[in-house]
Design a protein. Sequence first.
Length: 144
Amino acid sequence: MNDTTSLIRAYQPEDIEPVMAVWAAANALAHPFLETVFVVEVERSIREDFLPISETYVLEDKDQVIGFIALIGNQIGGLFLDPACHRRGYGRALVDHAVTLKGPLKVEVFRENAIGRPFYEGCGSMKAAGLSALRMSFTPHRGR
């Protein structure tokens, strides 16, 4: 992400609908193994519980929200990109932004997430935690 049309900025309450649209599209692609009832509850929880307390940054391209990263301390609570924008460096830019702000980061990702796991593996080291999720850590690299 080195073009001049993209920008990472703090989440604002008026971003809720584009953020949730990005989440819905990316979640459907990355988590097809999740039960519908679970996804419905997660969507409600993101809107009502998680976004209000998280430190969230949105990624805009040409004034459109195309992704976001939500942090609780140094834990990535969620990182989602519009699927049309995958593999362009945007996800890494969001992680790098968070690392600059917070230092080393942690994230949990579903083992079955065939999109998120390789992405996070490319960002840092990985340790298994629990039966269905992997816990990963990111350490800032000097000279990037």
